[in-house]
Design a protein around this ligand. Structure first.
Ligand code: SF4
Length: 277
């Protein structure tokens, strides 16, 4: 696998539910075609030239060296570090990427910094026995349980059921787990039942739900505002019933409901939208 060198790694994220983040790999072999925002940005800033190049991940070879210098300087300002917003830390079938991510998680945890991770791959066995921080949260992205959808939009990611099995095992071992249901597709892209997806993940500690953006099919779906607002209510109700922490991404609900959510803070006050839902 090719490598690259960077000058810095830890930075504060602008994403609403993140704190600091690290992207220690450039590119992602999952090759999502929603399209992938990370690939669009990487192309825009000239880091990769094509989809084909994006599919060939390059690890930041000096990641540990950089982190050893950055952590002491930033430690007191960091609540948690998210892996990753611009690549996938546990790419399916990419052992080198998984090893690099495990090494980084260990270094952060050894310095008292918890991590959240998010993948469309599966978690390696090493995590089962690792002496990781108990505040760590291990997540998967899951927006469909249809194989056709996977082949079309997440062609090289792990099958949806292996992702669920992977965090179910971690959950049974007492690890905190979460699911990002984002970017959730509209019915003109895939015909599926959100309730069935929710029922499969009732064991997790946190669910994040968000709409699909930057996609011409979803943009053309009639009444998408009402569609996403109704689904967001469904997710909130499911989380309330199962005592799961819930986060609805900004812009997913109608603007008026979104404003109420903003007033309630980052994590939903579950009573806030009772009247609406
Ligand atoms: S897993 Fe994430 S980073 Fe990788 S191609 Fe898909 S959307 Fe992009």
């Amino acid at each position: 696998m090719d490598t690259i060198h960077r000058k810095s790694l830890l930075y504060r994220t602008g994403v609403e539910y993140g704190d600091f983040t690290i992207n220690h790999v450039q590119g992602c072999s999952h090759g999502c075609t929603y399209p992938c925002y990370a690939m669009l940005m990487s192309k825009r800033f000239g880091r990769v030239k094509s989809y084909k190049e994006w599919l060939q991940p390059k690890i930041v070879a000096n990641a540990i060296e950089i982190l050893r210098a950055e952590i002491p300087r930033l430690k007191n300002r960091i609540r948690s570090v998210h892996l990753c917003f611009m690549t996938d830390p546990f790419m399916y079938g990419q052992q080198n990427v998984c090893d690099a991510s495990l090494e980084i998680i260990k270094l952060l945890n050894d310095n008292g910094i918890p991590v959240t991770t998010l993948t469309k791959g599966t978690y390696p066995r090493e995590i089962w026995d690792a002496n990781h921080d108990e505040r760590n949260e291990y997540g998967i992205t899951l927006v469909s349980d249809k194989a056709d959808y996977g082949r079309r939009f997440e062609p090289y990611a792990a099958p949806w059921y292996l992702r669920i099995r992977s965090i179910q095992l971690l959950s049974k071992l007492g690890r905190r787990t979460w699911v990002s249901i984002e970017p959730y597709p509209t019915p003109n892209i895939v015909n599926q039942n959100l309730q069935e997806i929710l029922d499969r993940i009732a064991f997790v500690d946190r669910i994040v739900f968000g709409r699909l953006n930057y996609n011409s099919l979803s943009s053309s779906y009639e009444d998408q505002a009402r569609y996403y607002s109704d689904l967001a209510c469904q997710v909130m109700e499911f989380c309330r019933q199962h005592r799961i922490e819930c986060h609805i991404k900004k812009g997913t609900m109608d603007r008026s409901d979104d404003e109420k959510l903003s007033l309630s803070g980052d994590t939903i006050n579950r009573n806030t939208l009772q009247a609406r839902c």
